[in-house]
Each structure stands twice: as C-alpha cells, then as structure tokens.
Design a binder for this molecule. Structure first.
Ligand code: HDE
Length: 720
C-alpha cells in the first residue's frame, strides 16, 4: 500500500498474498488472544458465570452493572435488515485496470494500466429476509464498492441486465407485491404467489425482466458463477469534460452456471447457506473468484438510432449493436473478519460516484440516487454511517458536516462553516472546470453539463411504451433446454397463483412474447391460450437484432474446468481403496473438492485393510449438494451401500439434475439399484470403468464434470 492513498500500485499478483485491505478496517480489527475479559469501560471481569446476589439463594442485585451492561447490549444487537436484498454475502478483493481508459473517463480506477483499487463486493437475493434461503428463484444483487483514491464509487448492480420497472415511482409497489403477503406473512423468499403475479401481469413493462428471472439466471449455481450488470446507462466523462454513455458488465471467469429447479428446492432445505458457504469456502481454499469488467461504450447519436430508449431500464443493448470492451478484472481474495461489522453494515449507494463517472437521466436511477442514503439512516441509525470502517473511504474526508448520532470524527478548532477566514478558508472547494477544457485531477466532481429545456411533466417518452420486443429477443436467444426451463418456471409460479384471472392475464401477456411459450405454459396449467393482451404501441420500431447468442447462459462456459467442483465419492467397508485414491489424486490435481461420503461419517476399512475416512454422510449431505458422483468398486461395500436407505435417492438426485456419474467395477450395480441401469448412449454424463482403469478414466470424467450438466438428460431415472 502506498502511504498517501492506501491503494497499492503494484500488480495484482502481489496483492494475492497481502490483500487489498482497506486502511480504515485495519484500525478496528481486534484480536482477543491473551486478553482478559472486560466491560465496555475496560474494567476487568472476575466472574462471567454468576449474577451478583444477596446470598447464594438470595435475590439478584440491581447494582450488578456487569450483568446489566451485558444484557442491555445483547438486547440491542439487531439492526433493521435491508428493506430489499436483506440476505447476502460479501468478500474483499481488488480491481485491476487492463489499460488506461483516460480517452473516455478520468475515473481513478481506470487512470493507468495495472492500477489496483481495493473493493468490497456483496451478493444478495432480493425478496427474502435476512435468514432466508440462498437458492430462492430471484434476481441477485451484485454490488461493488471501489475504494478509489478519489472517493468511494459504488456500482450497485444485479445479475440480470434489465429491471422490472421503468420508473422509481413503482418500486415500493413492486417490492410490496413480491414480499410476503401482509395478512399472513407468506410466502418467504418466493415470487410464486398472488400479489406478485397480480402486479406484474398488470405491468407489461416487467415482461422482459420476468423472462430473465424465470430463466435459469434466477437460480444460479453460485455467486461466483453469475454475470453482473450496472443495468442503467451511465456516463463516462474524460478530463476534457467530454462524455460518452456506457453500460457496465461483469463476466465471471468461473463461467455462468445454474441449478435446476428441483435441485434448488432441495438444496434450500439441506443447506439454506449454499451460496454463502460456496463463496466462503472457495476463498478460504485460495480459489479466488474473478470477474472481467467490460463496458459497452456508445454515443448519444448512436443511442438515438436504437429502436429502444437507453434510459429505459427494462431494455438492454444487444452486444451485436455495441460490443462489450474488457477494461479490467476483479478478484475477491479475502473473506470478511466479521459478518456483522462488514457484510451487514456495508452501505452501498447508487449515488456514490466519482469524477469521471456520471448519471444518465434514467428515471429509475434517479429514485435510487435518493433511496440508498435515506434507507441507511434508518438501518444504520443516523447520518454518520460513512464513518463505519467498512464504509469509510480511503480518500481523505474533510467537510463542515458535524455531529449526529454515533459521530466518530473529532474535528478540531472552532470553524465548521465556509466561507471562513478563521481557518484560512479551509477546507476549500476545489473549483470546477468548464466542459471542453482540461480538468486537473485535483479538481472536484463536476456534473456533466447536459442541456435540458423542456416542460416539467409526469410521463414517459414514446419508446418506453414498447414492452415485448426484447422479451422475445431473450426467449429466442435461448437453447431448447433453457426455453423448456423458462416455460416450467412460469408454469410452477402461475400454478401457485390462486386467482384464475391473474393466470389468464399473465398468459395473455406471454402470447405477445412467444406463441410457443404461451402454449407450453397454458398446457401446463390446463388452460386455453387466451386473447393477446393489447399492446401500448401499435407500430413499434423494428429491432435490428432479433437473436443474440450472448443472452444464453451457455455462451459463457468459463475457463476454470472443474476447479472448486464438489465431487462425492461413496464409501463403505470393503471399498476398493486403490482406485479411489488414484482418482482422488487426479481430481484434486484438477482443482476439484473431493468428499468421501459414507453411510455415516468416520473411518471405514477398505478391501486392502487400509482405512478411509468419510468426512460427510449421506444423511447430512444429500446427493443434490454435489456436482458429480463416483460409485466405488468393492463387492462388500457395494452390497452395504445398496442396503442403505439413502443410497438410491442420493444417486437418483444427481442423475435427475443432469450431473456426471462414474461407476467403477461393481459400483455399476448401484446404478441399477437406483433405476439407472439403462442409460441412453447419447448421455456422456454416465461413465463406467473397471477399477483398474480408474486413473485412465479420470480425464474423461474430468471433461464430463467440466461440462457442468448433461442437459440432454431432462428426466429422472427411467421408471422400472
Ligand atoms: Fe436497489 N435498493 N433499489 N436496486 N439494490 C437497495 O438499499 C432501490 C434497483 C440493489 O448489497 C436498498 O442499502 C430503489 C435496481 C442491490 O447492500 C434500497 C430502486 C438495482 C442492493 C434500494 C432500486 C438495484 C439494493 C435496500 C428503484 C440493480 C443491495 C438496502 C428506484 C441495478 C446492496 C439498501 C447491498 C438495495 C432502493 C432498484 C440493486 C432500499 C428505490 C434497478 C444490489 O435503498
């Protein structure tokens, strides 16, 4: 770290070891080793077991300040949860610029090639409460705080590039509709209920976003395997005051991968912390997740030529119109020390921008610029939340704001106003530079002087009225399997809607997206396809792009092979140990996490007399928690496993969720026992080998696991 700024100027590799720790956090990281227990006043505590009483069996005494301080603090441990995005997980890391981007922006993180900026990134679901499950069908938050040397910049995005609504005015309505219904507080972390579908079926502008949320994007495999998007159009401004528009894209090196619905539902019961655990464990094991930041840069003139409005957050810009230019990478390399102090207290804010970045006139963004500061005042208890270490910038802060609840800063002197002469005019404003003239870096933030001269109105521009073209573009850009999953998600969600008129209204909207989709969903609900919902625009502009392959999840398989993939190897007494160990070594070498899973945890004796330890059991870790499965050889073990009540379901779930299964030697009998005796020849995800060939089959197994899923296998085990 350089002393003046707190940011390292060295390459990213150097930071892997040292961490891009924010200086303000270092001040408050405390360690209790060898320390005595004290009260909050620093008084040492002699007895932390018993209250002060008048006699051993007598009444407790009011004067017991040790007890009272402890209980009082406990009584106030909880703070209000975020009104949306309450459930989330975060990590520290850094952003590294590939090149100077000074042609387009003077923003500090892009000032020079190789520049490193510390970040703190929080991922979240939207609708569920703080303790809700990770694998709900929902959009995911993707919020990055850049601690730049010119102030904090928060890029508060989602894993989906569009949003439900066009105007901030509708946000409270949207959130009230998706949250648990107010009369009985159900359902938790789920959009599959009347009020959500009532609202969205009356808001055709939400159709495009619905397509994304009902797609597999709504049930990601991991926070590490999601794209991120800034959603709104932003501005970049260079040091000449010249501006272009831009959209922000995060692309995961791990690839984009998702769960299937049955799997998501089961995981939510067995491990509600599935995504939190995945992120934590990957970072703890040194598998630092990485994303590439890309920009779609375009001019106002280009934007005018699009068939949609770039100020409309329900629309994306197809990459065929404006390609995504890679500008840097983000690596998350350190877990928080304390969940509450960091992940819970971090306050992201769409209004936190820095010189070189500016807002567009997107009316949804305008509401966000207000909302985030406002909500922290309730959530974090006052206006000084910027002083909480995780929120405080590494750039120096000096101003005349004073006092308020929980103030930490201790400003010296008698001056808290400007202009002043008593403090030499300090802190002083840095002055603005006019557009078209060079701005030195010491100059302050200058809003881009966009000209405006129109009537004050409540309303929308004409292009905002077209709601279906991009929903259709999205659907038509999906693979057949993805389309089938979208139809199944609509069917499931609408089947949970109790009011037939809502189902019908939603279906009539889907007809505008795709006849094929509407027919599939209608059949699944036992309904006829209703009349088409009237469109607000009779003659929308013809879109230039009608299929965009980049919109399919399959477009980004990733570059990480089987790294961090969780592979279950079933074991029991009598298991053929040598084959498992050679396979284990090959898989670990390829970066997978191998778990020996037994009928119980603990030691088992293999056929050679050597021991093998199961770190998980089929009871505590069902099959759907793993990415792939190895069924072992060894007739005694196979017989014992076949007799276990969990084995069949363990194997069937992995098969049903299209994952890779390798059966060694007698292990193939377990496949038969689970009803998977006959496997289609097209299924490259079921491998059979003799145990003597375990090392030889490893590369093929690794390739099959790297394919993530074998989606041609859309059904469960063939019924016997
Ligand atoms: Fe947010 N949003 N939002 N939002 N949002 C919040 O801020 C809001 C929107 C997003 O990990 C809240 O600190 C309004 C779009 C993320 O802490 C709140 C509108 C996008 C997070 C708020 C939107 C987002 C939030 C709740 C419409 C994607 C979690 C607690 C005008 C681009 C950040 C908080 C974290 C959180 C308001 C729409 C992303 C209430 C009014 C669009 C990732 O301020």
């Amino acid at each position: 770290m350089t002393e003046e700024t707190g940011t390292a100027k060295t390459g990213g590799a150097a930071l892997l070891g040292t961490n891009a720790t924010v200086a303000s956090l270092d001040r408050v990281r405390v360690d209790a080793s060898d320390q005595p227990l004290t009260t909050n006043q620093g008084v040492r505590i002699s007895d932390n077991q018993n209250t002060l009483k008048a006699g051993l069996r007598g009444p407790s005494l009011l004067e017991d300040f040790v007890l009272r301080e402890k209980i009082t603090h406990f009584d106030h441990e909880r703070i209000p949860e975020r009104v949306v995005h309450a459930r989330g997980s975060a990590a520290h890391g850094y952003f590294e610029a590939y090149d100077a981007l000074t042609k387009h922006t003077r923003a500090a993180p892009f000032a020079e090639k190789g520049k490193i900026t510390p970040v703190f990134t929080r991922f979240s679901t939207v609708a569920g409460e703080r303790g809700s499950k990770d694998t709900a069908r929902d959009a995911r938050g993707f919020a990055v705080k850049f601690y730049t040397d010119e102030g904090n910049w928060d890029l508060v995005g989602n894993n989906i590039p569009v949003f439900f609504i066009q105007d901030a005015m509708k946000f409270p309505d949207l959130v009230h509709a998706v949250k648990p219904e107010p009369h009985h507080g159900m359902p938790q972390a789920a959009s599959a209920h009347d009020t959500f579908w009532d609202f969205v079926s009356l808001m055709p502008e939400s159709t495009h976003m619905l397509m994304w949320v009902m797609s597999d994007r709504g049930i990601p495999r991991s926070y590490r395997m999601m794209q991120g998007f800034g959603v709104h159009t932003f501005r970049l401004v260079n040091d000449q005051g010249e501006s272009v528009f831009c959209k922000f894209h995060w692309k995961p090196l791990q690839g984009t991968h998702s769960l299937v619905w049955d799997e998501a539902v089961k995981i939510s019961g067995a491990d509600p912390d599935f995504h939190r655990r995945d992120l934590w464990e990957a970072i703890e094991s040194g598998e630092f997740p990485e994303w590439e930041l890309g920009l779609q840069i375009f001019t106002e003139e280009q934007a005018d030529g699009f068939s949609f409005d770039v100020l409309d957050s329900t629309k994306l810009i197809p990459e065929e119109l404006v390609p995504v230019t890679p500008v840097g990478r983000m690596v998350l390399n350190r877990n928080p020390d304390n969940f509450f102090a960091e992940t819970e207290q971090v306050a992201f804010c769409a209004a936190h921008i820095i010189p070189g970045i500016d807002f567009s006139n997107d009316p949804l963004l305008a509401g966000r610029i207000h909302s985030y500061v406002d909500t922290q005042i309730t959530r974090l208890g006052g206006p000084n939340f910027h002083e909480i270490p995780i929120n405080s910038p590494i750039a120096p802060v000096q101003n005349n704001q004073r006092d308020g609840l929980h103030r930490q800063a201790l400003p010296r002197g008698k001056v808290a106003y400007e202009p002043n002469s008593l403090a030499g005019g300090c802190p002083f404003q840095t002055g603005a530079t006019q557009a078209g003239t060079a701005q030195p870096r010491t100059n302050g933030f200058v809003s881009f002087p966009e000209a405006t001269a129109e009537d004050k109105v409540r309303g929308k521009p004409a292009k905002f009225a077209e709601h279906y073209t991009q929903a259709t573009l999205f659907f038509n850009s999906q693979s057949d399997v993805e389309k089938a999953h979208i139809a199944a998600a609509f069917r499931f969600e609408l089947s949970k809607v109790g009011v037939p008129a809502i189902r019908e209204r939603m279906l009539s909207s889907l007809v505008n997206v795709s006849q094929e989709l509407a027919a599939e969903v209608a059949a699944g609900l036992g309904m006829e396809i209703p009349d088409t919902m009237p469109k607000a625009t009779a003659n929308p502009q013809t879109p230039k792009v009608t299929v965009s392959p980049a919109l399919s999840l399959l477009a980004l398989p990733g570059e990480c092979g089987i790294r961090t993939r969780q592979i279950a190897v079933l074991v029991d007494n009598g298991v053929h140990i040598d084959s498992l160990l050679s396979l284990h070594d090959a898989l670990v070498e390829a970066g997978a996490v191998v778990h020996f899973v037994g009928p119980r945890v603990g030691m088992f004796v293999g056929d050679s007399g050597a021991g093998i330890e199961a770190n998980k059991s089929m009871e505590n870790s069902p099959g759907f928690l793993f990415d792939a499965l190895v069924l072992p050889d060894g007739s005694q073990a196979v017989k014992a496993l076949a007799g276990n009540e969990h084995t069949a379901a363990f194997i069937q779930d992995l098969f049903k969720h299209c994952k890779t299964i390798l059966a060694l030697g007698a292990g193939r009998e377990l496949l038969g026992m689970a009803g998977i005796g006959q496997v289609s020849e097209k299924d490259e995800g079921v491998l059979l080998a003799d145990s003597t060939d375990a090392a030889k089959v490893a590369p093929a197994f690794i390739d099959a696991v790297a394919a993530h899923r074998h989606l041609s296998r859309l059904t469960g085990p063939p019924t016997k």
